[in-house]
Ligand binder design. Structure first.
Ligand SMILES: C[S@@+](CC[C@H](N)C(=O)[O-])C[C@H]1O[C@@H](n2cnc3c(N)ncnc32)[C@H](O)[C@@H]1O
Length: 235
């Protein structure tokens, strides 16, 4: 019978259904490329570039980007010599990402799917990166998200995210996990604090948690201070 909860997957699907349908939302979001969204620029995150100046300096291997959107960070990994798998559920965003990769003659494996519908190979990646996807993940999917990262990352591999700072100027809803379901909304994206990120990713070794650096528009890197950035290592 439809609408019956027989197992944990049914429960997750029921909770998904209380919230906004993500695929159509994101396809619509990317349908106009000229609307001045900060992350529509084709520049990598400043924190990602800084990782390549220290812990990732001289490394190569396999990178996975979760919620890659129009591909700016996946492109950066590929330019650094990484073999890149980049996932997004929006076909519109991937169309744009593919165009950008072609312009730079880069081969990136763009995957059109929901990150929770992919069976990742155990220990397949040296680095997993997420810029702006995690804060759109509903609380009931967070455990699956952490398991996904733990499974797909090699021992000693790096995992990094950028996400909304709670109450920051770009959004970052200051609501509890329970409140999400009372309101039936993530309020445009959940906000985090350094402490909250530390708690959520407590099973990883913390390398760095900080605010993203605010950079001039003319800078070759992307940086807005309303985001938090965090770098962890799988133990
Ligand atoms: C704020 S955008 C950031 C895009 C890109 N990372 C960037 O910084 O330019 C968040 C992206 O996550 C994607 N996304 C959200 N939930 C997802 C999921 N469950 N599986 C795959 N992609 C997802 C959206 O389609 C969207 O492109």
């Amino acid at each position: 019978m439809q609408d019956t909860i027989n197992d944990n997957e049914d429960l997750l699907l029921m909770l998904d259904a209380l919230l906004r349908e993500p695929t159509s939302f994101w396809d619509d979001f990317y349908s106009n490329r000229e609307k001045g969204i900060p992350f529509f620029v084709n520049k990598p995150d400043e924190n990602l570039a800084s990782y390549f100046n220290n812990v990732l300096s001289g490394t190569s291997g396999k990178a996975l980007e979760l919620g890659c959107g129009p591909g700016r960070n996946a492109i950066y990994f590929a330019e650094k010599g990484y073999a890149v798998d980049a996932v997004d559920l929006s076909e519109q965003s991937l169309r744009w990402a593919i165009e950008r990769a072609k312009e730079r003659n880069l081969k990136i494996n763009f995957i059109h799917n929901n990150i929770f519908d992919i069976q990742f190979k155990e220990g397949a990646y040296d680095v997993i990166y997420d810029s702006g996807c995690f804060h759109h993940i509903a609380p009931h999917r967070r455990m699956s998200y952490i398991q996904l990262v733990q499974k797909a990352l090699k021992p000693g591999g790096y995992f990094a995210i950028t996400c909304f700072e709670q109450g920051g100027k770009l959004g970052g809803a200051a609501i509890s996990d329970w409140e999400v379901y009372r309101l039936r909304s993530l309020q445009g994206g959940l906000g985090f604090t350094e402490e909250r990120l530390r708690t959520i990713f407590k099973d990883f070794e913390e390398i760095e948690i900080r605010k993203m650096r605010e950079l001039e528009r003319s800078n070759e890197l992307f940086g807005v201070s309303a985001l938090l950035t965090a770098l962890f290592r799988k133990k």
